[in-house]
Design a protein around this ligand. Sequence first.
Ligand code: PBG
Ligand code: ZN
Length: 344
Amino acid sequence: MSERNSFFSAGGDAGRYETSSGSYSRKRRIRGRAGLRDMVRETSLSVRDLICPMFIAENAADAGPVASMPGVVRHRLDDLEREIEQVAARRIPAVLLFGIPSHKDAQGSGAYDSNGVIPAAIRRIKASREDLIVVADVCLCEYTDHGHCGIVREDHIDNDETLPLLAKAAVAYADAGADVVAPSAMMDGQVAAIRSALDANGRHETAILSYAVKYASALYGPFRDAAACAPKFGDRRSHQMDPANVREALAEAEADVAEGADLLMVKPAGAYLDVIAAVRQRCPQVPLAAYQVSGEYSMIKAAAANGWIDERRVVIETLTAIKRAGADIIITYFAKDAAEYLHS
Ligand code: PBG
Ligand code: ZN
């Protein structure tokens, strides 16, 4: 809109406030023209902020669309290049990889097999697009037959038995060419264990994006369909955080920085904007990522499919809010769509 839209402007004295100089402040003066609105916008969303999550199936039979996440696909290993080209063509700088292994067992051995689905995927991606930043999620739940994030002993997940396995997975991904490893298991000490294993294997350059603040959220439901990693019994509340807590989130974030995290993450994003803002303030020395998770994606998709909301506007609004709260980086299943909106 190039003309001031006077139809929508306040008339008369409405909205006028006297300033100290005796003139009047009208907040709407800077909202009447698109060019002026662009100039005074405080938060800018860029395609450079985005990370695109990707599911990769080791067995071609497990590939295909994810029913609860319209538009999201489990990719075949031998068909990765096409998706990677689409991501790169939109100038999205990074992908975050999740594997669906052909075999699951109690130890989650597929997670740290150097010939497993993720190392294979990383090698393929790096062979076709060396400049694309590859982030590899590090957890056991996609690889264990019981669906838990660590080694199960009787009725609990054994923290310290799980750490060396997470570290081994991180080294396998770094060796395959991952730029960043992202531990999501919420085991205490996982960042320190991974940092020392990477360093012991000469992987000093591999960065750690820590899922430092990961809540036990009901919004991960569609992801667990996509990655077939719902726990067969119990839940994740013994390691993921209580959604009611924020001081604990700051303690988690500080601990992970002390252990050597290069980047921090808050997850989910939309319902935790206060947590994003608090972590950003408490840990100004590290970049902060936020994960707009599967449930956030599916809720927007479902409402848009019903014609109840405008998908494009809601996507831009939610991503802008996540940045405004203090995130530098956003992981979102809308990455490809958002990149197109931002380029147009
Ligand atoms: C694995 C993991 C999960 C997600 C990311 N990594 C699932 C979980 O913790 O149950 C959720 C991502 C999403 O919902 O989009 N630990
Ligand atoms: Zn997990």
